[in-house]
Design a protein around this ligand. Sequence first.
Ligand SMILES: [Zn+2]
Length: 181
Amino acid sequence: MAYLVCKKCAGYYELREGESPKDFDKCQCGGSLRYVETINVKKFGLSSKNMIRISGVLFGASIILIPYYLFSPIPSSASFVLNHIDSFILWSTGGFAAALIAGGKIINGASNGLYSAIISGLIVIIIFYLLLVNSFNNPSFTDNIAFFAALSVIYILIPAIFSIIGGLIGISIRKGLNKLI
Ligand SMILES: [Zn+2]
């Protein structure tokens, strides 16, 4: 069995007897084709599943970032998000959305919620650090670690608690819907 695999969309075409790879110029999507002797179909199935999971986690992360946009006028006041109950609701919603899109097992609902919180938290910390680095007096390596650890509690750990709970609710609802259908 021989196949042509698209380098762009990962679509593949099984060559029939008498067909030559030279008969095919490009994939329907315009991507160039690669000739392979064997193909691992399962691998392609897994990768599209991972793509859905990644999209779910990124979508969840963008929802988790909304409270910073709403309640933190400048990065140094980013902890203002903790004064608004809407932040906790949006953090839970982020985990909920990530789990609902990504699917998987119950434990995946919790971990996808956690990944969303980690990604959004790291974005906030990096922005915070880049904008404030000039106001620090030659921070040493240990200063940086301490700074990162302190901010991780506020911007990763606390949102993560809510997004994990949201993720567990999201995956439970998704499982419930799957049973109904
Ligand atoms: Zn293609």
